[in-house]
Design a protein. Structure first.
Length: 62
């Protein structure tokens, strides 16, 4: 099951935008959202912390 989860995550990283990955993360793991650092979230999403900040700022404007 871990292998399947890993493969799904890799496929998602290839086929989704960073914003889509962020929105999926927030929806899929709401209990982690406020418990882990932005650096860790950015690492999981495959973006820099600065770009994660930009994504969050753009979504807040929407």
């Amino acid at each position: 099951n871990a292998l399947i989860s890993s493969q799904k995550r890799i496929l998602q990283n290839i086929s989704s935008t960073a914003e889509e990955r962020y929105l999926d993360f927030v929806q899929r793991y709401p209990h982690f959202f406020n418990r882990i650092s932005n650096v860790q979230i950015a690492s999981y999403l495959g973006v820099t912390p600065e770009f994660l900040s930009t994504i969050r700022k753009n979504l807040a404007k929407s």
